[in-house]
Design a protein around this ligand. Structure first.
Ligand code: FRU
Length: 921
């Protein structure tokens, strides 16, 4: 449809052009070659043009030369090469023009000769008067005028032109018959007036008697007349011409004015020539020779002819103007016709356009309707998709939230589980370390301990997973030879496998496995994979482990493969296996967190873990880079307490670690914990060795530490009022308590972080659940170190320069206190009445506080310390040969005997014995 409209549209556009083309018939080009440019030729040209107006299918191209034969040949050649349809030629000279006219004729161009001829018959038609006959008529007229006697001068036309030759021949054929008529002068004047005048002048100058001048045309006659007139002979000679043009001052006027005796009409015949041409061109019959008639014009008829001619001329002019008007009308008609065509075209075009617009509009509407329909459908689908997406997002958020809540819940529960589990694990350890239990009891207790450890392990995993989620888990990278550890871990595992009747095979290549890893996490990765494998391997099945070194991404990797026989996993199971809380088999025990944690640890090491399953086998494939490249791989030498692994052994069950003897001066331990059960449990653990003072929070704890001689504090961290960290800080900042060692019991790794953050100055911290023996050892170790410090002091009477084997930090405040105390005693050494109260005041302590303080750090009372300083001072004096009495008083002793007793008690020899021994050496 659209194509049809387009074609119609184009046709409409071209319509006016097509119509215009249709009205134009084939144009005939007629080349006209004129030999001269004069009035006679001009008349002929006008006649031809008038005639051509009647033949609109023909077009005339007129080329005129001024009697120039060569030029005329060139013009004809040009017409030939322009392939005109017909040639009308008046040859200037016959001979030179014959070849070119023959050429045109032979080339198939019809040739119409006018007025003059060529020397050949190779032309199509001739139109013109019979010049021979005109010559004869002129001859006869002259014979009559001269009454057969007289002299005639002939002024001829162009030599070589047929008209000139024939006019002479006709003339001469007549006058030659009259012997008394003499042709006295004959000259060629080339059809031109001036030349005619010149020739006439020449003739007259020769004194030739001339009665009649025969000029072959009126122009030359006029020249001859003028020549005669010059010498006043114009009336004596009769002038006769040819042409008889009616235009002013031409032949007829000259007859009327008496200049010419007569002239002979020589018809131009331009109209006839065109008529002949059109007949030829339109293949109509035509005359080969169209001979035009001549007539004598003398005084008798000149006027009438002139009048008739004028009439014809004016008619001609009217016709011309009418023609012009017709042309105008035709032009207007053509213009109006074209405008009409154009309007028609525009109307048709507009109609077509309207039709096209209408059709397009309908098509567009139809398309729009379809599009809107589709859009509506798409929008509908989009909306549904959007709704589904929002639902999915909502669901996934809910799921994420639920998982998060689950994890937070588990984490909280896990923290809550720790204390009770500690209270189970601790007494269990105590019971197990009792040598008097029966083997059956030991077996049952071991079973309990194993299960407690499993629970603790699960709790640990949840807490660790939460830490990873919170981004708080960092790697503790160290260089470890993993193969050794794998073998070690295999030992505990192989036994479990054996018990379950599972074949356990482990193979590794002989590569060096010294790797940058977090050993604790590697243990988790390995044992979780093994634990997972054993869970899903049926009795009688196998677990195969392969370890080899491989290049992956051009980096050396450890490649661990753990394969176990078991039900093949589905695609979905493989896809979800590392998701937290995802369980392949809901009937198998476990929280679904072990593999998620394993993957998290592998990821932390910059490694990869994948699962494959086929033909009743499940394979876990782990790649860990040899050299750590993760940002998390910070080599932290922190003091995180390693918890025994869940497939662990019995730790610290050595009975010898127990204190069996109860000392007189029992060491006092302040136990601070808000949980009564924990306090009771700590009491159970420690009371066999030490005196226990209990406090339910930090505030009470601090109060008791200030007011009682406390040797060591064991405190929980999370407590109401003052927590463990603040309590520790307070104790360490108070001069009266700053010497008391503090052990903090941390319930979670979070506590460790906080303790580190606060730099509370704790001497140790132990993670819950703790092994009771470990706590006892820790307390004992700290007390031993304190004892070493006391020994150091007793030897040196100073807390400075403590030996490195004493792993205790001496509080600077204590060091300062001792220095001050010593200085005060030395400065007042001779004063036997030195008062402890005064010294205490001097140092900012009460008597009791000073006593407790000095007793704690030196194991001596203030008085004992003063006495020892005096004795040490006296010893220096003994080295100087002074008398014992002198020395005793100078050292602040009130009597020599008391001094001697004290000296002997302290140094295990008398002062004089020391002096004698010293001086002897
Ligand atoms: C015009 C003309 C006439 C004459 C004729 C002869 O060019 O000279 O005057 O009659 O030619 O061919």
């Amino acid at each position: 449809m659209q194509l049809g409209l387009k074609s119609l549209f184009i046709i409409t556009l071209l319509l006016p052009i097509l119509i215009a083309c249709k009205s134009d018939k084939k144009q005939f080009i007629i080349g006209v070659s004129q030999c001269s440019q004069d009035e006679w030729r001009n008349k002929m040209n006008i006649e031809m043009q008038h005639e051509s107006l009647l033949h609109p299918e023909a077009k005339l191209i007129i080329k005129s030369v001024s009697d120039d034969t060569e030029k005329q040949i060139q013009d004809i050649e040009q017409f030939i090469s322009d392939s005109v349809d017909l040639l009308i030629v008046t040859p200037n000279k016959a001979a030179p023009l014959t070849p070119v006219i023959e050429k045109a004729f032979k080339a198939g161009i019809p040739v119409v000769l006018v007025d003059r001829k060529i020397l050949s018959d190779n032309y199509t038609a001739f139109v013109g008067a019979d010049n021979y006959e005109i010559g004869q008529e002129v001859g006869n007229y002259i014979v009559s005028v001269l009454k057969e006697k007289g002299n005639v001068a002939e002024i001829e036309g162009l030599d070589g032109s047929t008209s000139a030759l024939e006019r002479h021949q006709g003339f001469f054929s007549v006058i030659s018959k009259y012997p008394n008529i003499n042709l006295v002068y004959r000259e060629d004047a080339a059809w031109l007036k001036d030349v005619g005048e010149t020739k006439m002048t020449q003739a007259l100058s020769k004194n030739i008697q001339i009665d009649v001048v025969y000029a072959q045309n009126d122009r030359m006659a006029k020249g001859a007349y003028h020549a005669a007139q010059q010498i006043g002979l114009e009336d004596k000679i009769k002038f006769i011409g040819i042409d008889g043009l009616a235009e002013p001052d031409e032949g007829i006027d000259m007859v009327l004015s008496g200049k010419l005796e007569a002239t002979f009409l020589y018809p131009t015949g331009g109209d006839k020539a065109v008529q002949a041409a059109m007949n030829i061109l339109q293949n109509r019959p035509f005359e080969k020779n169209t001979i035009l008639h001549t007539a004598l014009i003398d005084k008798s008829n000149a006027k009438i002819i002139k009048l008739q001619t004028s009439e014809i001329t004016s008619l001609q002019k009217k016709m011309d103007s009418m023609n012009k008007q017709i042309d105008n009308y035709l032009d207007k008609y053509a213009l109006q016709r074209n405008i009409l065509y154009l309007i028609c075209s525009v109307v048709v075009l507009t109609v077509l356009l309207l039709v096209w617009i209408f059709v397009s509009y309908r098509a567009k509407n139809r398309l729009n309707r379809e599009l809107s329909k589709r859009n509506a459908e798409i929008n509908n689908q989009n909306e549904i998709l959007q709704q589904q997406k929002s639902q999915l997002i909502h669901l996934s958020e809910k799921l994420e939230e639920a998982t998060h809540v689950k994890l937070v819940f588990f984490t909280n529960i896990s923290h809550e589980f720790r204390t009770p589990l500690t209270l189970i694990a601790g007494p269990l350890e105590t019971l197990l370390s009792d040598s008097e239990i029966t083997p059956e009891q030991k077996r049952l207790l071991s079973l309990m301990r194993r299960n407690v450890n499993i629970l603790l392990n699960l709790i640990d995993q949840i807490i660790e997973f939460r830490r990873i989620e919170n981004g708080k888990h960092s790697l503790k990278i160290g260089k470890h030879n993993l193969v050794e550890y794998f073998l070690d871990w295999n030992m505990s595992f192989a036994e479990v496998a054996h018990k379950k009747g599972v074949e356990f095979k482990y193979e590794n290549d002989y590569s060096d496995y010294l790797m940058d890893v977090d050993l604790e996490k590697m243990e988790r990765i390995y044992l979780n994979l093994l634990s997972n494998a054993i869970k899903y391997t049926p009795k009688g099945g196998y677990i195969h482990i392969y370890l080899n070194k491989e290049q992956k991404d051009n980096i050396p990797h450890m490649h661990l493969r753990v394969a176990n026989q078991g039900k093949a996993l589905t695609e979905e199971q493989i896809h979800n296996i590392f998701e937290r809380f995802y369980k392949v088999d809901s009937h198998v025990a476990g929280a679904g967190i072990g593999l998620a944690l394993t993957k998290a640890f592998v990821d932390m090491h910059g490694g990869t873990i994948t699962t494959e399953s086929k033909d009743n086998e499940v394979l876990f494939s782990v790649y860990i880079p040899f050299y750590n490249q993760t940002e998390a791989g910070i080599n932290t030498n922190n003091t995180t307490v390693l918890r025994p692994s869940f497939i662990g052994q019995d730790y610290f069950s050595d009975q010898s670690m127990r204190h069996t003897e109860m000392s007189e001066n029992k060491i006092k331990i302040l136990v601070v914990d808000d949980n009564q059960d924990v306090r009771n449990y700590l009491h159970t653990i420690l009371s066999s060795h030490y005196d226990i003072v209990e406090a339910e929070d930090g505030e009470v704890g601090f109060y008791k530490a200030i007011n009682q001689p406390i040797d060591i504090v064991v405190s929980d961290v999370i407590m109401p009022k003052i927590d463990g960290i603040a309590l520790c800080q307070k104790l360490k900042e108070d001069p009266t308590t700053c010497h008391i060692p503090v052990i903090l019991l941390t319930a979670s790794s979070q506590d460790e972080e906080r303790i580190k953050g606060f730099e509370s100055g704790a001497d140790a911290y132990i993670a819950k659940p703790f092994n009771p023996n470990m706590l006892v050892i820790r307390v004992r170790k700290i007390l031993e170190n304190r004892q070493k410090l006391v020994t150091h002091f007793n030897q040196h009477l100073t807390l400075s320069d403590v030996e490195p084997n004493i792993e205790i930090l001496v509080n600077p405040m204590d060091e300062k206190l001792i220095t001050k105390f010593n200085t005060h005693i030395y400065e007042n050494i001779t004063n036997s009445n030195l008062n402890v109260e005064d010294i205490g005041r001097e140092l900012g302590f009460s008597r009791a506080q000073l006593y407790r303080k000095l007793k704690a750090i030196t194991n001596q009372s203030p008085n004992e310390l003063i006495r020892n300083i005096r004795l040490r001072f006296s010893q220096e004096l003994l080295k100087q040969q002074r008398t014992i009495t002198e020395i005793a008083y100078e050292s602040g002793f009130t009597s020599v005997s008391y001094y001697s007793k004290c000296y002997k008690d302290h140094f295990k020899e008398t002062p004089s014995d020391f002096q004698n021994r010293y001086l002897r050496n």
